[in-house]
Design a protein around this ligand. Structure first.
Ligand code: ATP
Ligand code: MG
Length: 262
């Protein structure tokens, strides 16, 4: 088994990156895939979704691993940093990661620190999903340098096209300069409100702009209170609301991602 590393990213905040990482992990797991979810945002929202109540109580988070990697120290045993919740493995985050962000800027050749960590785990998983923060800083560059594919979340309600071109430009630069394996898995439209026409209009705009260049996932994630509720209860949709449209959409996304492999 040689897992695929997929980064969930976007330039914008609040466009469902974390919710997508969380639910995609469980939808892939339901399809029999072994998944590791990596919280690579110092806000630690994904860790909270996964039920971590107090991230400061987690002894080894991704921030600690990154610090060890930067200092060229030996990484701790997997059992010290890989946690499991109902079939999905994950690595928590914490504020330590923001110290890493600052440190990375001062280090030379530090783009592949995350890759070096994940390479040691790749053989144990079918998919390693990385949840990222909305910036193009040193951490995101590390995530892009580690990833085989980037899944870009776009919320049609938030001036979707703005920032997207900049994000794609960065993907291209990383591909050319650091990580030739990198490709775009596709654009996922999230929080689509079917009661408004806007989702349809923006979807058409995004499709027209990128047709033939970038895949737009057929599955689009509807805007629904079920998502907020499931996050509140720290349960993925496959557990909290398996029959909801959003859950079906994430299951279909998981299938599309698997089919992408051809
Ligand atoms: N499909 C959806 N329907 C309704 N609410 C949603 C949906 N997806 C996400 N949300 C809500 O929108 C908010 C932002 O989602 P999320 O945290 O996943 O975004 P993000 O892109 O990870 O944000 P950040 O950039 O801050 O990391 C959350 O409160 C979440 O519960
Ligand atoms: Mg997030």
């Amino acid at each position: 088994m040689s897992g695929k590393i997929v980064m969930i990213g976007s330039m914008k905040g609040g466009v469902s990156k974390t919710v997508t990482t969380f639910n995609l992990a469980y939808s892939l797991s339901k399809l029999g895939k072994k998944v590791l979810a990596v919280d690579f945002d110092s806000q630690a929202n994904l860790s909270t979704c996964l039920g971590v109540e107090n991230v400061t109580a987690v002894p080894v988070t991704i921030g600690n691993l990154m610090l060890a990697q930067i200092e060229e120290e030996e990484l701790p045993e997997r059992s010290e940093y890989i946690q499991t919740r109902n079939g999905v493995d994950y690595i928590s985050s914490s504020m330590v990661l923001s110290a890493v962000d600052a440190k990375l800027r001062l280090e030379m050749g530090s783009e592949k620190m995350l890759l070096d960590i994940l390479e040691t785990l790749r053989d144990s998983y079918d998919y390693i999903l990385i949840d990222t923060s909305p910036s193009l800083g040193a951490l995101t560059i590390n995530a892009m340098s580690a990833a085989d594919e980037v899944l870009i979340t776009v919320n049609p309600q938030l001036l979707a096209m703005m920032g997207l071109q900049d994000f794609l430009k960065t993907v291209k630069k990383i591909k050319n300069r650091i990580n030739s394996r990198l490709s775009v898995a596709g654009i996922l439209l999230t929080m689509c409100d079917s009661r408004t026409n806007l989702c349809k209009v923006i979807t058409e705009e995004v499709t027209e702009t990128f047709e033939g260049q970038i895949k737009i996932f057929e599955s689009m994630i509807p805007n629904t209170v079920k998502v907020g509720e499931s996050v509140y209860y720290s349960e993925p949709l496959v557990e909290y609301a398996p029959d909801s449209k959003a859950c079906v959409a994430y299951n279909n996304l998981a299938k599309e991602l698997i089919e992408n492999e051809g």
